[in-house]
Design a binder for this molecule. Structure first.
Ligand code: ADP
Ligand code: ZN
Length: 434
């Protein structure tokens, strides 16, 4: 075995020592190799000498998605490009997506944390892994792929989509483990139920993440596929999936805190919250070389649980994500900010800046409708010109945001005006509700 499970069961004091040392090394590394972080630290008047233990984390500057976008594409890399062996980018905008670069060591760290995820779910070299996360720039596919190879499992790199083929290989190859988004797992489960072939499957476990899902969804997936369904969390900026993972107790996700140091802050005051309270999750990577991040604000809301877990792991757990401190939506696995849609709509002179986004879920697939007002002078009964405008907006949303939206052009003044903060999104999925 090339990963070290002992880190998952280390004493708290011992873990703290590991974290202190790694944090010091990381701060030294970015101070000397990242002009971005050096400038940020100098602005605050601090040097690596000021950081001795993890209690000093609060002295360090935060990093935000905007910082990463401003540094697009490689501005946050802390090693020469010749050391980078892999590039990924988070879903979402084309020009402004967040890019992550990995050194060889970073890739090995990543496959180690995912290996921990899979072994904690009882998997080994005897498993056949069907990786139905998308392969490509998205971190899901390749992340899960190398983690499964790391434990010696047999890997089917089928990628996302093509449901018929998924089910055929699942039966023919006897897949025992499935990795995909929870909504796709449910979709597959339903298709399998309809085909009446549940008995033919050897599937016994699944690792689902990249989007929020509820306990109710878990129960449905477990029933439909007759498996144990585990949550896995991560984000491109930190490493990708595998930042934290559920054990068989299914009571929160164990954070790989020998690599990723968590904090919970109040998103308004930016001060740490009291232990156990809900707030915004912040991560500092303490072993990454290619693109370390210091106090990266995930905007995900959750709380940390330091109580011992019945599985015996001593690592801190995070509660299932409870919401977002910003307005980011995750639609069909793609991160969508309402402002991105707004800026697309503003490109069209024919539409007014009054719009409303509707997100729902039908047959386990997200639906996304964009209602936008046409300017009075452009509103006509000429169906073909309206159809043409609609198609142009849909194509532009697809190319900028990377997702299909159904655009509906509505009459001038038909979208409700607000006197306070405009409520521009109706998300009926209730994904963060228990
Ligand atoms: P990923 O490739 O894991 O989707 P992105 O960087 O595109 O990574 O998106 C990361 C965001 O996705 C997280 O900040 C979080 O909002 C969401 N996310 C990822 N995994 C989960 C999960 N298991 N539960 C809830 N939200 C998740
Ligand atoms: Zn546990």
């Amino acid at each position: 075995m090339i990963w070290n499970e002992s880190y998952e069961c280390m004493g708290r004091e011992e873990m703290r020592e590991v974290q202190n040392k790694r944090l010091r090394t990381t701060v030294e590394h970015v101070y000397h190799n990242s002009p971005f972080y050096r400038a940020k630290m100098q602005e605050l008047g601090i040097t690596p000498m000021d950081i001795e233990t993890i209690d000093d984390l609060v002295k360090l500057p935060f990093t935000t998605k905007t910082d990463l976008r401003d540094q697009y594409p490689f501005g946050l890399f802390s090693v020469p490009m010749s050391e980078i062996v892999r590039l990924h980018a988070s879903s979402g905008t084309t020009g402004k997506s967040v890019v992550a670069g990995y050194t060889r060591k970073d890739l090995s760290t990543w496959s180690e944390v995912i290996a921990r995820t899979f072994t904690s779910g009882g998997c080994s070299r005897n498993d056949i892994f069907q990786i139905a996360y998308g392969y490509g720039l998205f971190t899901g596919g390749l992340g899960a792929h190398y983690g499964a190879e790391n434990i010696g499992a047999s890997v089917i790199p089928i990628s996302a989509g093509n449901t018929e083929k998924q089910i055929q290989l699942m039966t023919d190859f006897g897949s025992t483990a499935l990795c995909c988004t929870p909504s796709y797992a449910l979709y597959l489960g339903e298709a399998i139920e309809d085909m009446g072939i549940k008995d033919k499957l050897k599937l016994r476990v699944g690792f689902f993440g990249a989007e929020p899902w509820t306990e109710a969804m878990r129960l449905e997936i477990e029933k439909k596929l007759n498996i144990k369904a585990y949550d896995i969390f991560g984000l491109t900026e930190v490493i990708g999936p595998g930042v934290s993972y559920e054990c068989y107790a299914q009571k929160g996700m164990h954070i790989n805190e020998d690599h990723f140091l968590p904090e919970i802050i109040n998103p308004k005051t930016l001060e740490p919250v009291a232990s156990g309270e809900v707030g915004e999750l912040v991560f500092t990577t303490i072993t990454k070389e290619g693109m370390p991040v210091i106090r990266y604000r995930t905007k995900d809301l959750t709380r940390l649980m330091y109580e011992p877990c019945s599985c015996g792991r001593t690592s801190v757990r995070m509660h299932k994500i409870m919401g977002r401190s910003d307005d980011m939506l995750i639609i069909r696995g793609v991160n969508v900010f309402p402002t991105q849609i707004e800026s697309v709509l503003m490109e069209f002179g024919e539409t007014a800046p009054h719009y409303h986004l509707y997100v729902d879920r039908e047959n386990n697939t997200d639906t996304f409708d964009v209602h936008v007002e046409v300017r009075p002078e452009n509103f006509t009964d000429d169906m073909s010109s309206m159809l043409n405008l609609r198609k142009r907006i849909e194509a532009r949303i697809q190319s900028v945001v990377g997702i299909h939206a159904s655009v509906k052009l509505v009459e001038p003044r038909s979208i409700e005006r607000s006197i306070g903060k405009a409520q521009r999104v109706t998300d009926k999925r209730n994904l963060y509700k228990e």
